[in-house]
Design a protein around this ligand. Structure first.
Ligand code: MSP
Length: 514
C-alpha cells in the first residue's frame, strides 16, 4: 500500500481563521480524501503556529498568558475545520509538549551538524512575518513589503545556520527536479538562488515565548525553525521512529506562495544538515483577494468561513473555492460570483440532473434501475466515452495537484449527461413504449441505465469535494457510500446493479436567493 502524507501550513494564531486559511485546508482535505479512496495510507496534517514575539505581544495587550491566548484561537481553528468537514488525521500545536521535546532534539542535532555558528545579527525585522529583510527589500519608511507595517531595527547575538553551504544542492533540488510546483514559483526561487543564499539566524535573544535553544537557554529557537519542524514532530520524529519513517518524507506540503522560501530553501537545507530526506513536493497556490482587495482584518476585508458555510452549506464552499480559480494562480472572490456559480453548477446542473433522472426511474420503471438492453448508439458514446475516461483524467490532475481541473472534468461530465437527456428524450421513448414499441422500450431502459450509472460515477467521484452531498446523492440512487480503496471498482462504468431501488430525496442544493 502506498502512503500519502500531506500538510497545510500551521497557521498563526494572531488571526482568526478566514477563507485564506480555509482555501489551503480544503484543498489538502480534498487531496487526502481522494488518496484514501485510492487506498493510500494517508496522513493529513494541519495545526497552529503559536510561538514568537507577535503572540507574546498580543497576549500582553490582552493581559492573559500567551498560552491562554493561543487556546482561544486554536479552538476557533478547530471549529472552522469541523464546520468545513476537514478530515485531518492530526492537529499539531507548536505549544504541544511533544512538539517542544522533538524540536529540542532536532535543534541539538542541528547544533551538532557543524553548520551552525554564533554571530552578530543586525537587520530589519518584521514581527508580523517573524522575518528579517534586506534594506533593499523594504518599502520606504522601513515598511514590511508584505504587511506594509513598521519593521524594527534589531541587533543581537544569534546562532546562524550556514544556508550558503547548501547553494548547489538547493539549486539542483529546485531547478532540476519536480520539488516545487507550479513552474512560476520555481522560477521565482531560481531568481533568489541566483542572487546567492545568505546564512540566516536560527535563534532570538529577546523573545521568550518559544523553545529554548539546547545549551544556551538565553536564546529561543527562531519561530520559523520551530514551525517548519511541525511536519516531522507531528508524525513522531524523536519519539516514534516507526510512524515517522512510515510517513516521512512528506508527499506534498501545500501552502500559498508567500512562504515558499522557508519551505523550499530553509527547510530542505535544515533536513540535509541532520541527514534526513527532503519532502517530495512543495505546491504553492495563489493568493485570494476579495472584491479586488487583499484580505485583511484591519480593513475588515475578510471572508468568514462560518458565515459562508451557514448560508451556502460547507459543501458549496468547498466546491466553489476550488472550482473558481486555477490552483496556483491568484484570483478574486466576490459573493455574487459565488452565488451565480452555486446556482448554475450545483443547484441547476448537478441537482436537476439527479432529480429528473431519479424521477424518470420512478415514473417509467417503478423506482427500480432498469437493465441496459440495447446496443450502444452514437449518442450513448458521447456520454460513456468521457465517463470511461474520467478515472484516468482525474488521476492525472490529482497527480499534478490541479484541483480546478478535477472539478472542470467532473462538471463537464454533468453537462454531457444533461445533454444526453435532451438528445435521447426519454419521455418520447416512454410514449412510444406505451404504444407497444419494443425497440423504444429497450432504448428507454438503456438510456436510463446509462444516466444512472453516470450519476453513480459522479456522486462517487464528487464525494471528496462534497463529502456531505456526495453520499446524499448516492443514497438517492440507492447506493451506500464506499470506503477506502474502492476507487478502481467504483470508477468503472457498468457496476450499477440493475434492480437497485432508488430513494428519491430532497433537493440536493436548494437555489440560493440573495
Ligand atoms: N505560520 C506560518 C506558516 C508556518 S508553516 C511551517 C504562516 N501562517 S499564516 O497564518 O500566515 O498562514 C499563511 C497561509 O495561510 C498561506 O500560506 C496560505 O496557505 C493561507 N492563506 C492565508 N491567507 C491567504 C490568502 N489570502 N489567499 C490564499 N491563501 C492564504 O504563514
Amino acid at each position: 500500500m502506498a502512503k500519502f502524507y500531506i500538510t497545510t501550513p500551521i497557521y498563526y494564531v494572531n488571526d482568526v481563521p478566514h477563507m485564506g486559511h480555509a482555501y489551503t485546508t480544503i484543498a489538502a482535505d480534498v487531496l487526502a480524501r481522494y488518496h484514501r479512496l485510492m487506498g493510500d495510507d494517508v496522513f493529513f496534517l494541519t495545526g497552529t503556529d503559536e510561538h514568537g514575539q507577535n503572540i507574546e505581544r498580543v497576549a500582553a495587550e490582552k493581559k492573559i498568558t500567551p498560552k491562554e491566548y493561543c487556546d482561544t484561537v486554536v479552538a476557533q481553528f478547530r471549529d472552522a475545520w469541523r464546520t468545513l468537514d476537514i478530515s485531518n488525521d492530526y492537529f499539531v500545536r507548536t505549544t504541544d509538549e511533544r512538539h517542544i521535546q522533538a524540536v529540542s532534539k532536532f535543534a541539538a542535532a542541528l547544533l551538532a551538524s557543524g553548520d551552525v555558528y554564533r554571530g552578530q545579527y543586525k537587520g530589519w525585522y518584521c514581527p508580523r512575518c517573524e522575518a528579517f529583510f534586506q534594506p533593499e527589500e523594504l518599502l520606504p519608511e522601513h515598511l514590511c513589503p508584505i504587511h506594509k507595517r513598521d519593521c524594527e531595527w534589531t541587533e543581537e547575538e544569534n546562532y546562524f545556520f550556514a544556508l550558503s553551504r547548501y547553494q548547489d544542492r538547493l539549486a539542483h533540488l529546485v531547478g532540476e527536479t519536480d520539488f516545487v510546483l507550479p513552474e512560476t514559483r520555481r522560477n521565482e526561487l531560481l531568481g533568489v538562488l541566483r542572487q546567492g543564499l545568505q546564512d540566516f539566524s536560527i535563534s532570538r535573544e529577546r523573545v521568550h515565548w518559544g523553545v529554548p535553544l539546547p545549551g544556551d537557554p538565553k536564546q529561543v529557537l527562531y519561530v520559523w525553525v520551530d514551525a517548519l519542524l511541525n511536519y516531522i514532530t507531528a508524525i513522531g520524529y524523536g519519539d516514534d521512529e516507526r510512524t515517522f519513517y512510515r510517513y516521512w518524507p512528506a508527499d506534498v506540503h501545500l501552502m500559498a506562495k508567500e512562504i515558499i522560501r522557508f519551505h523550499c530553501l530553509y527547510w530542505p537545507a535544515m533536513l540535509m544538515a541532520v541527514g534526513l530526506p527532503v519532502p517530495k513536493r512543495v505546491f504553492a497556490h495563489g493568493w485570494l483577494t476579495k472584491d479586488g482587495q487583499k484580505l485583511s482584518k484591519t480593513t475588515g476585508n475578510v471572508i468568514d468561513p462560518f458565515d459562508l458555510a451557514r448560508r451556502f452549506g460547507s459543501d458549496a464552499v468547498r466546491y466553489y473555492f476550488l472550482r473558481e480559480g486555477a490552483f496556483g494562480a491568484d484570483w478574486d472572490y466576490t459573493e455574487s460570483a459565488f452565488a451565480r456559480r452555486y446556482n448554475a453548477d450545483l443547484a441547476n446542473d448537478l441537482g436537476n440532473l439527479l432529480n429528473r433522472t431519479v424521477q424518470m426511474v420512478v415514473r417509467y420503471f417503478d423506482g427500480a434501475v432498469p437493465a441496459p438492453l440495447d446496443e450502444t448508439t452514437q449518442a450513448d458514446g458521447q456520454l460513456l466515452k468521457p465517463a470511461e475516461a474520467l478515472r484516468s483524467s482525474l488521476e492525472r490532475s490529482l497527480e499534478a495537484d490541479a484541483l480546478q481541473e478535477v472539478l472542470i472534468q467532473l462538471g463537464s461530465l454533468v453537462v454531457e449527461a444533461n445533454k444526453y437527456v435532451q438528445v435521447t428524450a426519454p419521455w418520447e421513448l416512454a410514449k412510444a413504449r406505451k404504444n407497444g414499441d419494443e425497440g423504444a422500450a429497450r432504448r428507454l431502459a438503456t438510456v436510463l441505465y446509462n444516466l444512472m450509472d453516470v450519476l453513480r460515477l459522479l456522486g462517487y467521484a464528487f464525494s471528496p469535494v462534497i463529502p456531505r452531498k456526495g453520499p446524499e446523492l448516492l443514497a438517492q440512487l440507492g447506493i451506500e457510500p464506499s470506503g477506502p480503496g474502492s476507487w478502481n471498482d467504483q470508477m468503472r462504468l457498468g457496476s450499477y446493479l440493475p434492480g437497485t431501488v432508488v430513494q428519491p430525496g430532497g433537493v440536493l442544493f436548494p437555489k440560493y436567493e440573495a
